[in-house]
Design a protein. Sequence first.
Length: 140
Amino acid sequence: MIGEDVTVALNADVVRLFLHVLAASIWVGGQFVMLGVLEPARKIGSLAMYRLCKMLAWLSWPALAVLVVTGIWNIMMFNGEPKSTAWTVVLWVKVGLVILAGLSAWLHGKISVKWETETLAAVGTVSSVLALIFGVMLAG
């Protein structure tokens, strides 16, 4: 209620959730930034596009690693607390989406055929956004 004293503490839970949200912002947000700047970068030249992709990879792969570590940490925090079957299903769907997103992004960087890279980029972005939605569902 308004006017009540609120105790705010910086603790491991806050750090864990902050790192998870920050990493998700970098991973998912970076994909949308690329969507917006890739075409102008192509017009400048292939070197600009290459450098842009390398810079995004430099930021996004560590972010995905932080997501996986903090995701496991999040799950460990629920140890002993009973969760519903629906919650468990949402969790495993999210895990599958994260694996799909990471695999799509990795393959995207390994393949040079344009339609295949575009398809993998779309699959990676959609699965990343869905994993984000499922993560919000788990927190709620």
